[in-house]
Design a protein around this ligand. Structure first.
Ligand SMILES: Nc1ncnc2c1ncn2[C@@H]1O[C@H](COP(=O)(O)OP(=O)(O)OP(=O)(O)O)[C@@H](O)[C@H]1O
Ligand SMILES: [Mg+2]
Length: 448
């Protein structure tokens, strides 16, 4: 039987939790302060903890980190007095799986705990798979060996068992969709569907019908009942691609569906319950868009509880040889050619490019080279003309050792991103270390 510990210095609030969860088949333990909570936790190891952030003897965040230290798998829901997205976001980064605001709504608490029970049961199975998933230099189909990518794999593994919503950010072609798939495949919903909704391709009028479905006859052309993408993703993950392209009016409808896990098809009066994990992706500067009202803050705060940055290829050239090998093998199989790899000089020519189109651009270049190749190894003359030596003097004059030919702006941007990466996306900490304001940091990151 799963057990749950509720920690709160207010006995009435503990009673409320006990009553609300009484019939869910859980063993419920309670603690009135941090010291009691530590004893109860150490003795009974509950799988789920509901933790008030404000305790008399110890900060809830400290207790959270102690609990996760002892048992990283624990699902911890935080209770916060006021709506404080910043501290909640921080807590989620520290490993809490969600937060609820006080006064507690019994329905929301029950729904959340029910999901956690389900997840805890499935986690056992996911854990068994995990060992098989992490081969060398590769995680769930993503190739990578740089510290940034290893950190990204670790982050995905850490949040995948718990997340309900996540936001994947990064420049074009960096692998955002792949990261979203990795999140899904490592989550308890891995056996459910992974449904892609492209927010930039959906017109405003058709958006609701696409997302939430419609009833026959609800508008001209609605000749049949139609299931929306939310329903199609039930029990799995909905990938909202290019979310930054969605108009604000649609954003609020989306937020409601995400938060309430409930949809209303166009032309229907009844709502339907769904259970959908949502991963959104964008390369747009959401912070700047929020300032102009083009992106809704409430949606951003909901999604950014788990925020994953996929770094540009130029910032992680350690991955380059592994990606080259991966793509050569992939295209060799696609084209049915016997290709063993790429010659070092061809690879060196490719490595001089700065890859603004990131991994997708590299994939395309290698795809074309593999098509041209007739030897066992892809060589210089197989590369697209742009990369060959005669393409221009800039490509053959090597810079002095340890110097990369890049602008100060790009250098600043890379450094700012590296520092941000180090703090796992915590912008306040990164800004402090860089000695700049948060808004300067956004500008440095190219998001301002
Ligand atoms: N780490 C990686 N390992 C192997 N393949 C990768 C990796 N990253 C990206 N790719 C490949 O590069 C291509 C682009 O990746 P993906 O579509 O995930 O990028 P994206 O960030 O969603 O791009 P866009 O912003 O243009 O939508 C895909 O074919 C993907 O399989
Ligand atoms: Mg994409």
């Amino acid at each position: 039987m799963l057990s749950l510990m509720a920690v709160d210095d207010d006995p009435l609030s503990l009673d409320l939790v006990q009553d609300a969860l009484a019939l869910m088949g859980l063993h419920i333990l309670t603690a009135l302060n941090g010291a009691q909570a530590r004893r109860v936790f150490a003795k009974s190891r509950p799988q789920i903890v509901i933790l008030d952030l404000m305790l008399p003897d110890v900060s809830g965040l400290v207790l959270l980190s102690e609990i996760l230290q002892m048992a990283p798998d624990t699902d911890v829901i935080l209770l916060t007095g006021h709506y404080t997205p910043e501290s909640a976001v921080e807590a989620i980064r520290d490993g809490a799986c969600d937060y609820l605001t006080k006064p507690l709504k019994i329905g929301a608490l029950r729904a959340r705990v029910k999901e956690l029970i389900h997840d805890a049961q499935q986690r056992q199975q996911a854990l068994r798979l995990e060992g098989e998933l992490l081969e060398a230099n590769r995680f769930q189909g993503m190739v990578g060996r740089s510290p940034q990518m290893l950190a990204l794999f670790a982050l995905i593994k850490r949040v995948a068992p718990h997340f309900r919503v996540a936001l994947v950010r990064g420049a074009t072609g960096t692998g955002k969709e792949l990261a979203a798939q990795a999140l899904h495949a490592s989550s308890p919903a891995a056996t459910g569907p992974f449904v892609i909704a492209n927010c930039s391709a959906i017109t405003e009028t058709l958006f609701e019908s696409e997302m939430f479905g419609h009833m026959k006859g609800s508008f001209t052309g609605a000749t049949n009942d139609k299931k929306g993408l939310f329903e199609a993703a039930n029990g799995g993950t909905l990938f909202l691609d290019e979310l930054g392209d969605l108009p604000p009016a649609m954003q609020s409808k989306l937020l409601r569906a995400i938060q309430q896990q409930e949809i209303k098809p166009v032309g229907s009066t009844a709502t339907k319950k769904v259970s959908v994990r949502v991963v959104a992706a964008t390369n747009r500067p959401l912070e700047a868009m929020m300032r102009t009202g083009a992106f809704r803050e409430d949606l951003y705060y909901r999604l950014s509880m788990v925020e994953i940055f996929v770094p540009g290829l130029a910032e992680r050239m350690e991955d380059f040889p592994f990606l080259v090998r991966h793509f050569v093998a992939q295209f060799a199989a696609d084209y049915g050619k016997k290709l063993s790899g790429m010659t070092p000089r061809a690879q060196a020519l490719l490595a001089r490019h700065d890859w603004p189109g990131n991994v997708r651009e590299l994939e395309n270049a290698i795809g074309s080279a593999c098509m041209m190749a007739y030897g066992e190894f892809v060589d210089e003359q197989d590369l697209p003309p742009f990369f060959q030596r005669q393409a221009g003097p800039a490509l053959i004059t090597a810079p002095p050792a340890g110097v990369e030919l890049l602008s100060l702006e790009l250098l600043n941007q890379r450094h700012a991103r590296a520092v941000l990466e180090h703090f796992e996306g915590n912008k306040s900490k990164a800004a402090k270390v860089l000695g700049v304001t948060r808004s300067t940091l956004y500008r440095l990151l190219g998001e301002g």
